[in-house]
Design a protein around this ligand. Structure first.
Ligand SMILES: [Zn+2]
Ligand SMILES: [Zn+2]
Length: 157
């Protein structure tokens, strides 16, 4: 049985596999998850160009070092130079990582930050702190969400 083999053999077998088989093997149990090293950023960037990743709309995030579905990224992270095979694909990060505070600093998406997800403008609201649908006023995205910007329209109807 596979799991009764010595760890050296597991590592040897894993090193022979490419993406996505190695990633799948790593996910089969806790032991293999610990034994087999996670993919490095450069490996993830190569993996995102495989047929497997293209067919599933997966992209690499530089901070959580995972392949994630395109829905987890702001639209700008998937376009042009940060798109697949783009020159700056290595600088792409997911929304979740963007919202996390940096080590000893602010989040990449700080208060008032605007993120477009699947064509919809969101804002990290300066009032309630949530990532909410933004209010767009004459083409400009406000730094507070629709809910929190409601008072601006009192009496205008
Ligand atoms: Zn991430
Ligand atoms: Zn708000």
């Amino acid at each position: 049985m596979f799991l009764t083999l010595p760890p050296e053999l597991h590592l040897l077998i894993a090193s022979d596999l490419s993406f996505p088989e190695r990633a799948h093997l790593r996910l089969t149990c806790r032991y293999l998850h610990t034994l087999i090293a996670p993919m490095k950023h450069t490996e993830l960037l190569a993996a995102e160009n495989t047929d497997f990743a293209v067919a599933r709309d997966l992209y690499a995030c530089r901070y959580c070092l995972r392949l994630r579905h395109r829905d987890q990224f702001g639209d700008r992270m998937l376009r042009r130079r940060r798109g697949r095979r783009g020159r700056d694909a290595g600088r792409r990060f997911c929304v979740q990582c963007g919202l996390l505070p940096r080590e000893g600093g602010e989040a990449r998406y700080g208060p008032g930050a605007k993120v477009t997800l699947k064509g919809v403008a969101y804002v990290l609201c300066r009032e309630c702190g949530g990532l909410r649908v933004a209010r767009v006023l004459r083409g400009a995205v406000l730094e507070v969400c629709e809910n929190c910007s409601g008072w601006m329209y009192e009496g205008s109807y």
